[in-house]
Design a protein around this ligand. Structure first.
Ligand SMILES: [Fe+2]
Length: 284
């Protein structure tokens, strides 16, 4: 769809970035049909919901306020980046592309896939951070310089983290070494021109800077981990039992009895049964 999938799959499986200098003209042609992607002004004219403004202290969504289309331009004119979340609601075509891309990647039907549009004023961008999401960035207007680096501080983050900010308590439990204070080396640099696409692996450090006013369309996937699939299945199973639905009265004996019944049940658990429940049911 966007690129050669066997090349992408190699990058995906080795957790390496994948850069396409220019995606197929069919993709760009189809996007040109969407009038609101023409410019920030037309996007603001069509946008139905709230818009996230990234404040200048952090240049990151960790420090942001919400605004509406009427006020967004004045923030932008003062040098602040704007984020339009769930932009697929504007387009049946994007609504179709998201699950198609998700299936190509081979991730769960329980994945939350969405489009984000970033409007970034000249000279601005985002501070160094990593996300828990799988992300594809398609540049629409202007040039965006991406600096990215592999994450050797932790593997497979469950939440995002901005460099220099406190680490959340859950992340502290699997942090492998102290967080860096600057972009780790080696840092790779990619200049995204209109039509360029960059796949950013989950957890990769990245920072950006716009040259000229920039507009980018992201395809962002928050995919369940094995932990998420198992805990979803476990909950589904346990709540069929009135004993497991009891309000926990903190009795250790009662809890041990329940755990013993679960241990007896677990040897019969198979991946195919769990996946049949999580995938087939949700992949309508
Ligand atoms: Fe990011």
């Amino acid at each position: 769809m966007f690129f050669d999938f066997s090349d992408f799959k190699t990058a995906y499986l080795t957790q390496r970035p994948y850069f396409v200098p220019q995606v197929h003209s069919d993709i760009l042609g189809a996007l040109k049909e969407l009038p609101y992607l023409d410019s920030l002004e037309s996007l603001l004219e069509h946008w139905p919901g709230s818009i996230q403004v990234h404040l200048p202290d952090l240049r990151d969504e960790a420090s942001s306020v919400d605004t509406d289309a009427e006020c967004a331009m004045s923030y932008y004119d003062q040098g602040m980046g704007l984020l339009f979340n769930d932009a697929q609601v504007l387009s049946p075509m994007l609504e179709e592309w998201l699950p198609a891309l998700r299936k190509e990647i081979g991730i769960s039907a329980l994945t939350y896939g969405r489009n984000l549009i970033y409007a970034t004023p000249h000279g601005q961008g985002t501070a160094a951070h990593f996300d828990q999401n799988i992300n594809f960035v398609l540049q629409l207007k202007g040039i965006k310089r991406w600096k990215i680096a592999a994450n050797h501080h932790l593997q497979n983050p469950m939440t995002r983290h901005t460099m220099g900010q406190p680490v959340d308590p859950e992340m502290m439990t699997y942090l492998e070494r102290p967080m860096p204070t600057q972009m780790p080396q080696p840092t790779e640099s990619f200049d995204l021109h209109p039509g360029s696409l960059l796949y950013v692996p989950r957890g990769y450090w990245h920072s950006t800077e716009a040259e000229g006013d920039a507009l980018a369309l992201n395809f962002t996937f928050t995919a369940p981990t094995w932990t998420d699939l198992l805990t979803a299945a476990l909950r589904g199973r346990l709540i069929t039992s009135p004993e497991w639905r009891e309000t926990a009265d903190l009795s250790e004996d009662k809890f041990d009895t329940l755990l013993r019944s679960l241990i007896q049940d677990l040897p019969g658990w198979r991946a195919k049964d769990i996946l049949a429940a999580t995938e087939a049911f949700h992949d309508q």
